[in-house]
Design a protein around this ligand. Structure first.
Ligand code: AMP
Length: 231
């Protein structure tokens, strides 16, 4: 329990800007969907936005594509410009949940400065926390139908017949980058900059740490309680 109601007040524009932070497999996408529905906020996920821009062939997509194909981060100025553009759309009139951004302390400082120029600030940073080995087990248990794209989990969401898709009976596959050794390597690369970002916001008293090993609805409820009452 940190200082109840701690952290800065909401933006002077009245919009709510929340950051959702957590490594791959922590359930960020699931929580973002629940929270954006519950709070009427846009869900802005950097990876999805960049991928869509590439598909659309927009100038931003063209710029981002080169970096994404190399597996590098897109430069900060392009990334910030993309988020500010998304935040200016009607879908974000009540605010937004930012997911996948900021990924580095440099991005966090730049985001804070850019928001401040507009009289806005981040209301809360929500950190969904799950131990490394559980993350590996979650991601490594994922199986996908190559035919229809439905995904399953060997423990938490198994198909009716082991190894076969419920919809079309196709043999389920494991994505190459979901293999345990690959997941562990991905996580190790992600975790250090993520902890630095959390530390940066922790020093400002803005982080709500949430136990991401709880059942999905309990995680959502804890976040919403924290937003209502302080935490
Ligand atoms: P993701 O789906 O989150 O793994 O993101 C896919 C790709 O989008 C990454 O490999 C980066 O090239 C780019 N990307 C996503 N988020 C950011 C960010 N915050 N800063 C820079 N590049 C990003």
């Amino acid at each position: 329990m940190t200082d109840p109601g701690g952290g800065p007040a909401a933006s002077s524009t009245g919009r709510r800007i929340l950051l959702l932070v957590g490594p791959v497999g922590a359930g960020k996408g699931t929580q973002a969907a629940a929270l954006s529905g519950e709070l009427g906020l846009a869900h802005l996920a950097s990876g999805n936005l960049f991928r869509q821009a590439v598909i659309d062939g927009s100038p931003l997509g063209e710029q981002a594509r080169v970096y994404m194909e190399r597996g590098d981060l897109v430069p900060d100025d392009i990334t910030i410009e993309m988020f500010m553009h998304e935040l200016s759309k009607p879908a974000a009139a009540r605010g937004a949940i930012l997911d996948g951004f900021p990924r580095t302390v440099t991005q966090a400082r730049a985001l804070d400065a850019t928001l401040a120029e507009r009289g806005e600030q981040i209301e809360r940073v929500i950190s969904i926390e799950v131990p490394m080995e559980e993350l590996v087990a979650r991601v490594a248990g994922r199986r996908v139908c190559p035919e229809c794209g439905t995904s399953y989990h060997v423990d938490s969401d198994p198909p009716r017949v082991a190894g076969r898709c419920d919809n079309d009976g196709t043999e389920l596959q494991q994505r190459d980058d979901d293999r345990p050794e690959v997941v562990r390597a991905r996580l190790e690369k992600q975790v250090r900059p993520m902890l630095e970002v959390l530390d940066y916001y922790d020093q400002k008293g803005m982080v709500q740490h949430v136990d991401g090993t709880q059942p999905i609805p309990a995680v959502t409820a804890e976040i919403l309680d924290g937003l209502r009452d302080g935490w």
